[in-house]
Write a protein that binds this ligand. Structure first.
Ligand code: 6LW
Length: 540
């Protein structure tokens, strides 16, 4: 019998929402400020998952210009009814003070999971985790968290329900607060499931850090009153420092075509303090450098309540797979030579779509050309093409051709968590006009440069970064053969959800290629390939 190995979708894939249509399973996950918005993953056996597509790929569908770190798309939810997929999401602007967020919420629909998606329809701006419940009498309801806006409630006000008139594309009738939440607080991520005459309202509680949890309650009426699960929370890692999957919460239940029950949830795999290295103590003792990830548990129903089939309420790393035929996906090619007509699905850009004005695969066939724009420490117009780091042991390599004429022009290889939290290896000129390579470390919004290395410019330079859990090491080569380390080992853990004082750290680390030019000349850099490799991980 096969096993499901958690997390099933690794590296910056939080807030999973699952939807089964026939024998196809889809999980959508949050993308925050990364474009295109909403990752859609596909599986036929719950064991093997592949990234299939992303939904929000135009500015009309998702306008995130100027948004800050960890703003943008929060907790999308996918459902299927009336021959269509329904995808709800919010496009969130956060108030760093914490007391409110501007959270316009939308639903888009499509007949095919690969789109095209309809224009966004507004479903209010109560909170940031909207979902759509399709009742069997044909009615539809928008379910969402609502703000309270006061500090003593942690700003969270419970879960609201309102009917959605699909013919007119509008919310209609009364809005009711159907669940104030339990003492765990921070009630969010609501979704409703109907089973055997009960409405089950499933929410995420405790906050998405180490106290996270799945809360379940049920009612005979969709409008409530809802009673809480007798063994609530039915899933959590809180107070369980030894649990390998931490921060478990934000779940939802689903049934296979053969009547077996499972649930999805988010989790993280925080790294421990390396020997001799002190974390800033105020942010806890673990660091999630890959962000939050998606996992699956088996579920059984006891007296009309869902429980983990393997017992207890701690997430399991290995879970019995359902009785479905194995469906592995072809191994993806590690080295991308930029010789396909479209950019590889794994890449994302910051806040804006890929656009010929700044990136091209055709200007010079076989190369990715990036036109230098703003520095990476900006919320506007970065020329950055990046993919998720999805393993604690990985490497990324490129060959770059770039001819800077000014220290204000730079291009290279970057590991990026947030605009004030990224490390890069750049090629540029120094003030003497010599071509140099240099490591830059941005940490907690503070910019640091390491010693520059002068290179004789040969038109092409090879750049590489290796990740071994808590350490990044950059290196370079001028012939693609003999490699030289550049800069010290850089600690990976400040680039994590817990790595800084900003509470809005919800994403994960990406590795990518960039070009920047603030000289006004919009100089381009050409990249011949990008080789991302995941290496064996003895721990996972
Ligand atoms: C998301 C919320 C949550 O909107 O974290 O863990 C927020 N749950 O439901 C950001 O991902």
């Amino acid at each position: 019998m096969s096993l499901i190995k958690n997390p099933v979708i690794r590296g910056f894939n939080p807030d999973p929402s699952i939807c089964r249509v026939g024998d196809d399973y889809y999980i959508v996950t949050s993308t925050f400020e990364w474009f295109p918005g909403i990752q859609i993953h596909h599986s036929k056996d719950l064991v093997n998952w592949r990234l299939l597509t992303r939904a929000l790929d135009t500015v009309e569908l998702l306008d995130m210009r100027g948004m800050d770190n960890s703003e943008g798309v929060y907790a999308p939810t996918l459902s299927y009814a009336d021959g269509r997929f329904w995808l709800c999401f919010s496009n969130t602007h956060a108030c760093r003070g914490g007391s409110w967020m501007a959270t316009p919420c939308f639903v888009v629909t499509a007949e095919s999971i690969e789109g095209p998606w309809s224009d966004p329809i507004s479903i209010g701006n109560y909170g940031f985790d909207p979902s759509m419940f399709h009742d069997d009498d044909g009615k539809k309801y928008m379910v969402n968290m609502i703000w309270d806006g006061r500090k003593n409630t942690n700003y969270f006000g419970g879960i609201v329900l309102q009917e959605f008139d699909a013919n007119n594309g509008t919310l209609t009738g009364p809005i009711k607060n159907i669940f104030k939440g339990t003492e765990l607080g921070c009630t969010e991520g609501p979704q409703i499931l109907k089973k055997d005459g009960y409405y089950y309202l499933v929410t995420a509680e405790g906050g998405t850090e180490f106290d996270h949890a799945v809360t379940v309650c049920r009612s005979k009426s969709v409008w409530g009153p809802y009673e809480v699960h007798p063994n609530n929370p039915m899933l959590t890692s809180r107070f369980k420092e030894n649990a390998r999957l931490q921060r478990a919460g934000h779940g939802f239940f689903f049934e296979t075509q053969n009547g077996e029950w499972y649930m999805t949830h988010l989790c993280s795999r925080p790294l421990k303090n390396p020997e001799g290295y002190q974390f800033a103590p105020q942010y806890g003792s673990g660091r999630s450098i890959l962000g939050r990830e998606s996992a699956i548990q088996q579920v059984s129903w006891v007296d009309g309540w869902p429980e983990l089939a393997q017992g207890g309420n701690t997430p399991f790393e290995e879970v019995q797979a359902p009785d479905l035929a194995d469906c592995p996906w072809p191994t993806e090619r590690a080295q991308d030579h930029f010789d396909e007509p479209n950019i590889n699905l794994h890449y994302q850009s910051l806040r804006e779509p890929f656009d010929n004005s700044w990136m091209s695969l055709t200007e010079r066939p076989g190369f990715l050309r990036l036109v230098g724009r703003h520095y990476l420490y900006s919320r506007y117009e970065q020329s950055l093409v990046a993919r998720r780091l999805q393993s604690f042991y990985a490497s990324a390599e490129t060959a770059m051709e770039f001819n800077p004429m000014s220290p204000l022009q730079m291009a290279g290889l970057v590991v990026y968590y947030a605009k004030g939290s990224h490390y890069f290896l750049k090629q540029t000129l120094n003030d003497n006009g010599a071509t140099i390579l240099q490591i830059v470390q941005f940490q907690d919004d503070i910019y640091d440069e390491y010693d520059e290395v002068e290179i004789e410019h040969l038109g092409r330079v090879y750049l590489k970064v290796d990740l071994e859990k808590v350490w990044y090491q950059f290196s370079y080569s001028v012939d693609g053969d003999s490699w030289h380390k550049i800069g010290p080992q850089l600690n990976s853990t400040p680039m994590s959800d817990e790595g800084g004082p900003d509470v809005f750290r919800f994403t994960g680390t990406l590795v990518g290629l960039f070009a920047a030019d603030i000289s006004g000349q919009a100089l381009h850099a050409d990249f011949d390939y990008f080789d991302y490799q995941e290496l064996p991980d003895p721990d996972w």
